[in-house]
Design a protein around this ligand. Structure first.
Ligand SMILES: [Zn+2]
Length: 510
């Protein structure tokens, strides 16, 4: 009924526009921008309403309130919606069919947020506050008193402003803008709005398995994450996978005096140190035999894309006081297409006033693995265990018995924390990717193409189940403080997101 009302309204108001069957990318972008410029206050107020709802996915009542508001926003624009649950936080599925369209874009965003500690925030996380610039200097703006447009450098501060409620509000207002201008979508639009992304989307696999027909699409557009530091528009074609292993080495079964027993007692800290340096060279290259065997080499297009990216390293080195990065001169953007092993923590004895002159019974290091396409986590585990054995260690997976310690020169316990995830990289040469790149380039010629980002996103549940290529379209400002305190969105990023969505939705299916 609502959809009908909307369609009639659209027909009445935009009949002349229908004569112009196809608009150019720039016409669409400027129409969306003009529409937005007339309604900034309304759009910001809608965003504030959504950001005012707490959204820690552990609190199902809060998540239901988010579902209710988002569902109403979507239904008002003619979407059919469903709330999907598989035992934990809700997901929203929404669908807007376009008459005559033969292709479908499935767009992903999430409406849950990281838990907050309000005392750390300058303004309460669920009292969205518009400031005239970034903190610490930005000052609050009284929205009611603003007439006309907002300074696009203003920032709205609230949990999930940047990660990741913005795409939801941007999409619905983009659809309003297109309709008001008589611009039709060129594709069917499906939305999957995740209510538990910040917990790793534990039930998304079941959600898809139980409703496979809903997720039929030609392109999966993942709308999450910060844009490139240069603020240039960006498409990202993949992510690294991740894995974790804790390694504990053992000495004598009780602490021994380092004077009386030094040079005699095996020292677990030193065992770990030797082991780590055997696994990884000073420049970060992994020395485990076979580790790079299956690593997918960069294609020509991927290498060209990396070479064309703005080089941010000099600035990073300066900002972070790094004289020599790892990687023997290779660019950051290329290094993240390779696997990495990093020590993320080490627990052993004490230092400073907590230091004691003893040799410890055990020491533990926690390693984070970053995996890239074609590396299988199970295979990496085999390779690492084979390497550790080759270094003369006896491997256990539970605490070793005295018997095992007595009978083996060197013992380590390996605690693999979960199965780990593989990396993922969508080909830039594929038809859907090429089409999206082409459309985006018409609109923003200096588009940045990133073969894969260094971090990990929960994309494998999708990659394993969906045929559609997965491409990441990040639109939040890089300095949005996602996950931390004082999370924010820069208004210009919100406005650009609307124009990008408008362009993609009207042009992709042409
Ligand atoms: Zn996110």
């Amino acid at each position: 009924m609502k959809f009908l009302r909307y369609s009639l309204l659209a027909l009445l108001t935009i009949a002349p526009g229908l004569l112009v069957a196809q608009q150019s990318t720039l016409e669409v972008a400027s129409a969306v921008n003009a529409y937005r410029a007339d309604r900034e206050k309304i759009i910001i107020q809608d965003f504030i309403d959504l950001l005012s709802l707490p959204n820690d996915s552990a609190n199902l009542e809060d998540m239901d309130a988010n579902v209710e508001l988002i569902t109403a926003m979507l239904q008002e624009r003619g979407f059919t919606t469903q709330t999907l649950r598989a035992g934990r936080a809700p997901y929203i599925y929404a669908e807007l069919l376009t008459p005559g369209a033969t292709e479908t874009i499935l767009l992903y965003a999430h409406f849950d947020g990281q838990p907050v500690q309000p005392v750390n925030w300058t303004y309460p996380p669920f009292t969205p506050t518009l400031l005239d610039g970034p903190l610490p200097d930005g000052q609050p703006i009284d929205i009611a008193s603003v007439s006309g447009n907002f300074d696009p450098e203003s920032r709205l501060y609230a949990r999930s402003a940047g990660d990741d409620k913005m795409p939801i509000v941007a999409i619905v207002h983009t659809l309003d803008a297109l309709r008001a201008n008589g611009m039709e979508l060129s594709v069917n639009l499906k939305l999957l709005l995740d209510g538990e992304e910040e917990r790793g989307s534990p039930t998304v696999g079941r959600i898809i398995d139980e409703n496979p027909q809903l997720f039929d699409a030609d392109l999966f557009l993942f709308c999450d994450g910060p844009m490139h530091q240069s603020r240039r528009a960006q498409l990202v074609f993949g992510v690294r996978g991740s894995g974790t292993v804790d390694i504990t080495a053992y000495g004598a079964t009780r602490p021994l005096h380092s004077g009386h027993y030094g040079n005699w007692s095996p020292n677990p800290i030193m065992h770990l140190s030797y082991l780590l340096t055997s696994m990884r060279a000073e420049d970060g290259r992994i020395l485990v035999e076979g580790y790079y065997d299956n690593v997918a080499p960069l294609t020509e297009a991927e290498r060209a894309a990396i070479n064309a990216m703005p080089n941010i390293e000099a600035g990073l080195q300066d900002e972070l006081s790094v004289h020599t990065p790892e990687g023997s001169g290779m660019r950051l953007e290329e290094l993240v297409t390779l696997p990495a092993i990093n020590a993320r923590g080490i627990v052993a004895g004490g230092v400073g006033i907590r230091g004691r002159n003893i040799i410890l019974p055990s020491a533990t290091v926690s390693l984070n693995l970053r995996n890239v396409p074609n590396q299988r986590p199970a295979r990496l585990r085999e390779l690492i265990e084979a390497h550790i054995e080759k270094e003369g260690f006896y491997i256990v997976h539970e605490d070793p018995s005295s018997e095992e310690l007595r009978n083996n020169a060197k013992v380590v316990k390996l605690n693999w924390r979960g199965e780990g995830s593989p990396g993922l990289r969508t080909s830039m040469d594929g038809e859907m990717a090429q089409r999206l790149i082409g459309i985006m380039r018409e609109f923003t010629p200096d588009l940045i193409l990133t073969p894969n980002m260094g971090g990990t996103l929960p994309l494998n549940s999708f990659d394993d189940r969906l045929d559609a290529p997965i491409i990441i379209l990040p639109l939040a400002n890089h300095d949005n403080n996602q996950h931390g305190r004082n999370e924010n969105i820069r208004l210009q990023n919100f406005w650009d997101a609307m124009a990008v969505y408008g362009v993609v939705l009207t042009q992709f299916g042409r």
